[in-house]
Write a protein that binds this ligand. Structure first.
Ligand SMILES: Cc1cc2nc3c(=O)[nH]c(=O)nc-3n(C[C@H](O)[C@H](O)[C@H](O)COP(=O)(O)OP(=O)(O)OC[C@H]3O[C@@H](n4cnc5c(N)ncnc54)[C@H](O)[C@@H]3O)c2cc1C
Length: 427
């Protein structure tokens, strides 16, 4: 006798159900689960719900699935991080993500990647990338969906979402390709970053429509912009990258800083940007772990005739050293001064510039360049175990649409997989 729970039996059973009952006489298609958004979280959720024998359709307005996976990690998708733990994530409720991230860990996703024999490597700090291309991850997710009998419908605009009142509380999803009804609705449309690729706030709008709160969203993992003399300074150094510790509020990150034509970027800056709010200054230590003032004073004690720029250039790129040393100090530039002539105020200036450079961004490059949106559907209205809305049975929110944001380095995909997996067990 065949095992009724084997995937072949599930497929046979599901194929039969799909053929007989999907389209009702009124032309409404019926599914168990409708997922809006065929991105990282939506596809993971679809495959998991499909494996349980649920009839699943995924709707997406884009012309191909998972565009953000395709462009991620410079085309090689930094798909997870070995060391991701709930403490790494930002949210109004820092405890919310614990359940999902424990139910589906980085090791679970790595097992899946290995099952599909996708070659990968660790770049740094636990960040895992495909050796080949991000397409490998998309193909893997699509294979999982196909095996589970999931239907994916692209170029599908959702124009309205309603819920039947009375006993039959089905969701009715109106699209430009007809109406779809379902007992579960999973909102997986991500956040508003990169609107030029079709990103929207749709999940936030649906949350509000059903009475859930939304934590105000803002661009995260995004470069800073400057105005005036700070901008001129950055422009002169555009393309230059130096290690630093960047800090704002309670957050600080030690990685590289990159000067750009609009301001500053690079991993350290992208990381702190997620914690930054308009009007706040950021502080940069450009010689982490090194007391440059003590070193300069030592050189002075020897009455060294060596120029300040020469000493600094042994620790920092020469272009950068020239740029900071021509800044006027009391009206007098000190670029070629021997260290022995450097006054106390010059010493303070150099110390300030290199160890605690406080700089006020005028803004960020916004959602057009942001890798994520910080904020989203407020977790106060969601079950941390299932991602289902506490007050609206059958309505789920997953992925970046939810107010859970990770740092750079594979953490945001891990949240998408984990939250998608959890919803897939219950939707
Ligand atoms: C340039 C870039 C690089 C990144 N690199 C990494 C990385 O290497 N590692 C990492 O962990 N994270 C990375 N991220 C972040 C990561 O891509 C997201 O956190 C993740 O994709 C979120 O998954 P999601 O499923 O919630 O949303 P998405 O993957 O964005 O999927 C949302 C889906 O919903 C669809 N959609 C949107 N609005 C509608 C609508 N109104 N109707 C129908 N469909 C809709 C979209 O077309 C899309 O297919 C990167 C982001 C960017 C922008």
């Amino acid at each position: 006798m065949s095992n009724p729970h084997s995937s072949a039996s599930v497929r046979r059973r599901r194929a039969a159900t799909t053929a007989s009952s999907r389209v009702s006489r009124r032309g409404t298609e019926h599914y168990d689960v409708v997922i809006v958004g065929a991105g990282a979280a939506g596809l993971m959720c679809a495959a998991e719900a499909g494996k349980r024998g649920r009839r699943v359709v995924v709707l997406d307005h884009a012309d191909r699935v998972a565009k953000k996976i395709l462009i991620s990690g410079g085309g090689r998708c930094n798909f997870t991080n070995w060391s991701a733990t709930p403490d790494d994530y930002q949210s109004q409720n820092r405890f919310f993500c614990i359940s999902a991230l424990t139910q589906y860990t980085p090791h679970d996703f790595i097992d899946l990647v290995e099952k599909y024999r996708i070659p990968y490597h660790e770049k740094k700090l636990g960040q895992l990338f495909c050796n080949g291309s991000s397409q490998d991850i998309v193909q893997m997710l699509m294979s999982e969906c196909e095996t589970a009998g999931v239907i994916v419908r692209l170029r599908c605009e959702v124009t309205a979402i309603n819920q039947n009142t009375g006993q039959n509380k089905r969701f009715l999803i109106t699209t430009d390709q007809g109406t779809v009804a379902s007992t579960s609705l999973v909102m997986a449309t991500g956040g508003p970053s990169i609107p030029q690729m079709g990103a929207t706030r749709f999940s936030h709008q649906v949350a509000e429509q059903f009475g859930l709160k939304v934590a105000p969203a803002r661009p995260g993992l995004v470069p800073f912009t400057f105005k005036g003399s700070d901008l001129g300074f950055c422009q002169r150094l555009a393309g230059l990258s130096i290690p630093c510790v960047a800090a704002v509020n309670e957050a600080n990150f030690e990685e590289n800083l990159l000067f750009t034509h609009k301001g500053i970027s690079g991993p350290a800056i992208l990381q702190v940007s997620s914690y930054w709010k308009h009007g706040q200054a950021i502080t940069l230590d450009l010689l982490p772990g090194f007391d440059i003032i003590a070193h300069l004073k030592e050189q002075q004690a020897f009455k060294s005739k060596v120029e300040l720029t020469t000493i600094l250039s042994s620790f920092l790129p020469r272009n950068f050293v020239r740029a900071i040393c021509v800044m006027p100090m009391g009206g007098e530039p000190f670029n070629n001064q021997p260290i022995s002539r450097l006054q106390a105020n010059g010493m303070d200036y150099i110390g300030g510039r290199l160890k605690s450079w406080t700089i006020m961004p005028s803004g960020t490059e916004g959602y057009r360049k942001a890798e994520v949106a910080v904020g989203g559907v407020d977790t106060v209205g969601l079950s941390s175990k299932t991602m289902e809305a506490l007050e609206v049975q059958g309505l789920f929110f997953i992925g970046e649409a939810v107010d859970v944001t990770g740092p750079l380095g594979g953490y945001n995909f891990q949240w998408a997989w984990a939250s998608g997996f959890c919803a897939g067990q219950y939707a």
